[in-house]
Design a protein around this ligand. Sequence first.
Ligand SMILES: NC(=O)c1ccc[n+]([C@@H]2O[C@H](COP(=O)([O-])OP(=O)(O)OC[C@H]3O[C@@H](n4cnc5c(N)ncnc54)[C@H](O)[C@@H]3O)[C@@H](O)[C@H]2O)c1
Length: 245
Amino acid sequence: MTKVIINGSKGRMGAALLACGALMPEVQVMAGIDVGDELPAAVSSCDVVIDFSFHSVTPKVARLCAERGKALVIGTTGHSDADKAVIRDAAKSIPMVWATNFSTGVNTLFWLTRKAAQILGPSFDLEVVEMHHRLKKDAPSGTATTLLEILGAVRKLELESALRHGRKGITGERTSHEIGVHALRGGDVVGDHTVIFATNGERIELTHKASSRDTFANGALRAAVWLVGRPPGIYDMQNVLGLED
Ligand SMILES: NC(=O)c1ccc[n+]([C@@H]2O[C@H](COP(=O)([O-])OP(=O)(O)OC[C@H]3O[C@@H](n4cnc5c(N)ncnc54)[C@H](O)[C@@H]3O)[C@@H](O)[C@H]2O)c1
């Protein structure tokens, strides 16, 4: 039985994690922690902390887990470079699964995106479109960012200069060394992502649509069970699902 603590338990994902955790026989949820609660006091009761809170909170959680020797699953997105540096430092002493998306479907989309980019080559223009609910606080989504990182790695593009966030005005013709990225916001959309590969005469669109947060929650809980007892370091959902190749 894997003992977990949910950090960010009163949020949308927190609620899904508590509900799905109660139904998963190999998991015991020891506590839900949110603003005003004391994670340091609770952490000794668990094997692994699952963090779905806010980007600036994760570094503190990572430091605490490193001090106490607890594994950490990070679902929170939108981290700054400074946040990421602290998290990476903590991972020298504890195992972490750090994933922008825990759904099996989206991780299959990551795999398919890498394969399609390798097969199709540089004559195909790349665009990524994502849509989320109106309350989402970061853009583009963490999942879109992972898709862009996959495309950038295959095409050997520096994302800093290659990304075109939306287009406006006299942009000039599209170059072959740019990747367009478009973040739509509205309503209660849980998370839609499309990767477009377009060339003269044909176009491929790979689309994933999430309709329930349970898909992320069950993936994060599965990652927590997988993680406990692993060597220190940073793993992602591709490792949990065995989709590395
Ligand atoms: N990796 C994935 O699969 C995945 C899926 C969905 C959402 N997310 C990400 O998860 C995060 C949470 O998303 P959400 O939709 O549940 O947001 P949300 O705003 O509904 O919930 C966040 C919760 O964190 C709490 N929180 C803030 N500061 C805290 C602190 N110091 N200690 C403990 N709790 C604190 C808030 O009070 C809130 O209850 C976001 O970064 C989102 O992008 C990731």
